[in-house]
Design a protein around this ligand. Structure first.
Ligand SMILES: Nc1ncnc2c1ncn2[C@@H]1O[C@H](COP(=O)(O)OP(=O)(O)O)[C@@H](O)[C@H]1O
Ligand SMILES: [Mg+2]
Length: 326
């Protein structure tokens, strides 16, 4: 397998008037070509920040990559100029944002917005070829092509999100970052959209990072999984490692709650008692220690090393056997 994306020791900080927020604290992630990685974790874990860092779209003068590297096809994209990066967005790397409402322009028809992306990255296409591709993209996400002349406000939330997905896919990106792409959609549409995204991945060899709260989706679509907590990846592995491995990070066991195996369809994350640590003042040692039922003295003092079990990695002093708890 060939590595498409390799994130090394990424640190990101948000600087606001009052606080320094340590959002990513040494993220390491790799994505192989043609595969889908599920990125899972509670709100505030740093999932969106990870995706925005790859796009180099952290909020200006607030979000800062303080150290680390992001290699895309072997090149550190943190070294690219803004112009080079703009060229890359949309054609090589594309993102579906968490909030679909903010990513559409209310002043242009949906057809125009899809067409613009296609035109920008395929300058040799004729007008009618672009139109045909717009129709194709809309139909692909389940919207009749004749609705291309409508404006975003004429679409429901779910339909808008499908337009956003069509725009993200319009240029066959090598890497698609999908930040909870179906959260706003109702359950039947969710399934359709995910099936569509899955087909795209197979047909076009698109690699994807899928940020989701839905473990059923992870089991169904992902090849590998990374579990995020307080700006770190606390466990990662193949989907089999995560769902069927012998031992796990106590956080994963908590999150997965009653999910027994890969065959169970949908399940949301399990709520865990307590809160994530304050990102302005992270505790020493393991960031999960305060909430961990298996905590020992060392956990609050020393940051755990990565336990490596083949493809399965767990950042914990005492990985736990999950069988009893699931
Ligand atoms: N624009 C911002 N300004 C300040 N803090 C932010 C900003 N965006 C995110 N954060 C903080 O960074 C941390 C990670 O957030 P985020 O990446 O959005 O997590 P997730 O997507 O996993 O919910 C959180 O503590 C969040 O409050
Ligand atoms: Mg988010």
């Amino acid at each position: 397998m060939e590595t498409l994306l390799d994130i090394r020791n990424l640190h990101v900080m948000y600087k606001t008037d009052d606080h320094d927020i340590y959002a990513l604290n040494g993220v390491n992630l790799t994505l192989e070509k043609g595969t889908t990685l599920g990125l899972v974790g509670e709100t505030g874990a740093g999932k969106t920040t990870t995706a925005l860092s790859i796009m180099r779209l952290l909020p200006d003068k607030v979000g800062f990559i303080t150290s680390g590297e992001i290699y895309f096809e072997g090149k550190n994209i943190l070294d690219l100029s803004e112009a080079q990066m703009r060229e890359m967005r949309g054609s090589d790397i594309s993102m579906i944002f968490q909030d679909p409402m903010t990513s559409l322009n209310p002043m242009h028809t949906v057809g125009t917005q899809i067409g613009e992306v296609i035109k920008l990255h395929n300058r040799d296409l004729s007008k009618s070829e672009i139109e045909a591709r717009v129709d194709e993209m809309l139909e692909m996400v389940g919207i009749p092509a004749e609705r291309k002349i409508e404006y975003p406000h004429q679409f429901s939330g779910g339909m808008k999100q499908r337009v956003v997905i069509a725009i993200a896919l319009a240029c066959n990106p090598k890497l698609l970052l999908a930040d909870e792409p179906t959260t706003a959609l109702d359950v039947t549409i969710q399934a359709q959209v995910l099936t569509m995204m899955n087909e795209l991945k197979d047909n076009l060899n698109t690699s994807m990072i899928l940020i989701t709260h839905d473990l059923g989706v992870v089991a169904q679509i992902c090849d590998s999984v990374a579990i995020m907590y307080a700006g770190e990846i606390v466990e990662k592995g193949t989907v089999q490692d995560i769902f069927e491995g012998e031992v796990h990070h106590p956080y994963t066991i908590g999150l997965f709650g009653s999910v027994p195996d890969l065959t169970k369809k949908t399940d949301r994350l399990n709520p865990i008692d307590g809160l994530m640590p304050d990102p302005t003042e992270l505790p020493p040692g393991c960031r999960f220690a305060e909430r961990c039922p298996y905590r020992k003295d060392i956990c609050t003092q020393t940051s755990p090393a990565l336990v490596e079990l083949g493809t399965h990695q767990i950042k914990c002093h005492f990985p736990q056997n999950a069988k009893g708890d699931r």
